[in-house]
Design a protein around this ligand. Structure first.
Ligand SMILES: C[S@@+](CC[C@H](N)C(=O)[O-])C[C@H]1O[C@@H](n2cnc3c(N)ncnc32)[C@H](O)[C@@H]1O
Length: 216
């Protein structure tokens, strides 16, 4: 059982604990984590605003011989992240730039945990996923923030709605959904026609809702 008692403070507690516990069960040491959208300080509203996943991932990687790449398009965000995560900087690769380009061009290793948490834009999240596709295996954990298919979340952005559909069609399923975040794992299941129809309609509805709200 993964012990979080020595972990630094972090938000999104349920999702982050679940994702790291799953990761630890699958591969206890030497994991590769990739995160789009980095932990910020004042720019992002602190632990409650952002979740501070980079800090927790840094702690985890330092404790279990892993490494994490965190990517942000805003240079100041990366500077804030470096300050917040300085105790774990030896296991963190900080990258400034467009997440889709960096994942596609610069990352070559197989990814064990992919955390998609950058723009509030379902199309960008889908593009990040597609850029990472050649580095993803059936063991990879895909974790997406601000997304839920289970519950109504009136203020929600649902930035992973298109990525979810893309993965669903390829046999991936949601294994965690707390109304704010989802975790998906490969199950190799071919969806029935009815399942496809339901997920297709949900996707359309939620995507339209995102566009209507002008959340992008
Ligand atoms: C919610 S924050 C990330 C929070 C962080 N994952 C955490 O848990 O603390 C989202 C970040 O994504 C960055 N971002 C938005 N679009 C991006 C893109 N296309 N490529 C890289 N970063 C992007 C923003 O600059 C912002 O800093």
């Amino acid at each position: 059982m993964l012990d979080f008692s020595k972990a630094p403070c972090f938000g999104r507690v349920e999702g982050l604990k679940t994702a790291l516990t799953m990761l630890h069960d699958i591969k206890p040491r030497g994991t590769v984590i990739v995160e789009t959208g980095t932990t910020r300080g004042s720019l992002g509203g602190g632990v409650e605003g952002d979740g501070w996943a980079t800090l927790l991932f840094g702690w985890y990687c330092k404790s279990y011989e892993g490494k994490i790449t965190t990517i942000d398009i805003v240079p100041e965000a990366i500077e804030e992240c470096k300050e917040i995560t300085k105790d774990y900087s030896d296991v963190i690769s900080y990258r400034v730039g467009n997440s889709v380009e960096i994942i596609a061009k610069d990352l070559n290793e197989p990814i064990d945990l992919l955390y998609l948490d950058s723009a509030n834009d379902p199309q960008i999240t889908l593009n990040e996923l597609k850029a990472a596709e050649s580095k993803i295996s059936n063991q990879t954990i895909i974790y997406i923030d601000d997304t839920s298919l289970a519950k109504k979340r009136p203020g929600g952005v649902c930035k992973g709605i298109l990525a979810h559909k893309y993965l669903f069609d390829k046999g991936w399923r949601i294994v965690f959904d707390n109304g704010d975040q989802i975790i998906m794992k490969y199950k190799g299941e071919t969806p029935s026609l009815l399942e496809k129809m339901i997920v297709g309609l949900k996707t359309k509805y939620l995507y339209k809702r995102v566009l209507r709200r002008g959340a992008l």
